[in-house]
Design a protein around this ligand. Sequence first.
Ligand code: HEM
Length: 140
Amino acid sequence: MLHKRERPGAPSFRTFLSTVFSYRKKAGMAAWMLHRLTGLALVLYLVMHIIGLRSLTDPVLFEAYVSTFRSPLFKIAEVLLLGSIAYHAFNGLRIAIQDAFYRSENQRRLFYGVLAFTAAVVIAGGLVLLYPYFIMPLLP
Ligand code: HEM
């Protein structure tokens, strides 16, 4: 009889570790991990946003809710949110397009393209979001 923990064909812990560490060097693993992380971040944001929207019925609560949006720390969180949305959207499109139409042999290059588009959105959006808080006060 098999012990509860003995699963035939299941990889050993050592195999698991070596797989995780060898995969870490691959762009595909990084793309998948980032996609999952950003997907979970978006779910978390959506839950927080819906909870926050409960204050819509009370003007005092709403003002307190909106005032947190004006803090500099929140602006940095907004840039991170923008980066999560951009990465998830661009990488999601890469996955969807290759699933539906065309499977490229050059996934690494496509992944770097996704990163470049994400960086462009984060830099452009980040400048707009952070300028009044971090750059304008430094100007003469
Ligand atoms: C531009 C809009 C979006 C696109 C194109 C997109 C695309 C995708 C795709 C293609 C997958 C499957 C990835 C795979 O097969 O490995 C996926 C997974 C996922 N998406 Fe999105 N998505 C979008 C918006 C969102 C939003 C708004 C949320 C959250 C509120 C979200 C949360 C998730 C989560 C949690 C997963 C599962 C990740 C995993 O299990 O690894 N996505 N998305």
